[in-house]
Design a binder for this molecule. Structure first.
Ligand SMILES: O=P(O)(O)OC[C@H]1O[C@](O)(COP(=O)(O)O)[C@@H](O)[C@@H]1O
Ligand SMILES: [Mg+2]
Ligand SMILES: [Mg+2]
Length: 335
């Protein structure tokens, strides 16, 4: 059975960006269907190689990358930089835009029927490919992600608030459901891969220790923990109901600057989070003030509700010998 292309209204999208956004929506609609079929669509989670970042590439990583690159021809994109490719590709010498993409985020979840997604970031193109991306993240002109979960949704910003669309799978239209998404400060949830606890720095351990101590610790309230291992899913939860996400640098070889990529993952998510009233840092410094040193460079990432992210920064400002237990006796962070 042939299916209609997925559509999105041009109403909220800046005109020069609309052809590229519309093309990505068409690909996302197709991916959504493929992902929903799971094993019926083939071995989507099969390992097919590894990318320059050292991650195993799954069949769906490559399929998604190929589909976005093909669909973005003649949409105004000059430079296409993908997490799955070593170097940026020139799609259209006359294009005025540069697009960075993580075509399939959370790929360890492909085989287990858990939410995965696509993250994208746009800049005005410069004459050189690398220079188009290796610049302060605050120069992004658009960012967003598609999430393929129980619903397929698109969250995006053009620098004046965050738009939330949901794919109507019957009409095959991305429909605007919220034109001003704001992060709540209410949630008491933190997201971190706690299996790396022994490798973390002291401030990160202290922050998590205090969450774990719950109402018996200095925070004097109980927290809950989540870890989906899919950045889009964690971001979607935090944008929907608040909380904090941490992927800090740690002591494992190769993880000194965490796991997540500045250009493909952290810069776009940081843009969304700030536009939704939240905060996005390296643990100490604002992500949007950072410039990636190379296209696949990693960066420590802490984002979410403002008060929680600020607290992590404050823990880093404490003298090294300060340990969590002292916070309680000194009442440092009693609110
Ligand atoms: O397996 P870990 O170390 O917990 O890492 C999980 C993180 O890795 C990622 O899956 C990396 O993304 P990719 O799937 O695009 O490589 C993030 O989505 C997630 O936050
Ligand atoms: Mg990713
Ligand atoms: Mg990926």
């Amino acid at each position: 059975m042939t299916q209609k292309n997925c559509l999105i209204s041009a109403e909220r999208v800046p005109a020069p960006l609309y052809p590229a956004i519309a093309a990505m929506c068409r690909v996302a609609g197709d991916l959504s269907r493929t992902i929903a079929m799971g094993p019926l669509a083939g071995a989507l989670g099969a390992s097919v190689g590894s990318n320059i970042g050292g991650d195993t590439q799954k069949a769906l990583d490559v399929e998604a990358d190929d589909a976005f690159a093909a669909a973005l021809k003649r949409t105004g994109i000059r430079w296409y930089a993908s997490e799955e490719q070593d170097d940026p590709v020139e799609i259209d010498p006359d294009g005025t835009l540069a697009l960075a993409i993580d075509p399939l985020d959370g790929s360890s979840n492909i085989d287990v029927n858990v939410s995965i997604g696509t993250i994208f970031s746009m800049f005005e193109a410069k004459p050189e490919a690398e220079a188009s991306f290796l610049r302060p993240a605050s120069e992004q002109i658009a960012a967003g992600y598609f999430i393929f979960g129980p619903q397929t949704a698109l969250i995006m910003t053009f620098g004046s608030g965050v738009l939330h669309y949901v794919l109507d799978p019957v009409e095959r239209v991305f429909t605007l459901v919220n034109d001003r998404l704001i992060i709540s400060s209410q949630a008491s949830e933190f997201a971190i891969n706690a299996s790396n606890y022994r490798h973390w720095s002291k401030p990160i351990r202290a922050y998590i220790d205090d969450c774990l101590a719950g109402d018996q610790g200095p925070r004097e309230k109980n927290f809950n923990m989540r870890w989906v291992a899919s950045l889009v899913a964690e971001t979607h939860r935090i944008l929907s109901r608040g909380g904090i996400f941490l992927y800090p640098g740690d002591g494992r070889p190769g993880y000194e600057r965490g796991r997540l990529r500045m250009v493909y993952e952290c810069a776009p998510i940081a843009f969304l989070v700030e536009q939704a009233g939240g905060r996005a840092t390296t643990g100490t410094d604002r992500i949007l003030d950072q410039t990636a040193g190379s296209l696949h460079a990693r960066i420590p990432f802490v984002f979410g509700s403002t008060d929680k992210v600020d607290r992590v920064v404050a823990y880093h400002d404490l003298p090294d010998q300060e340990v969590s237990a002292l916070f309680g006796t000194r009442g440092l962070f009693r609110a």
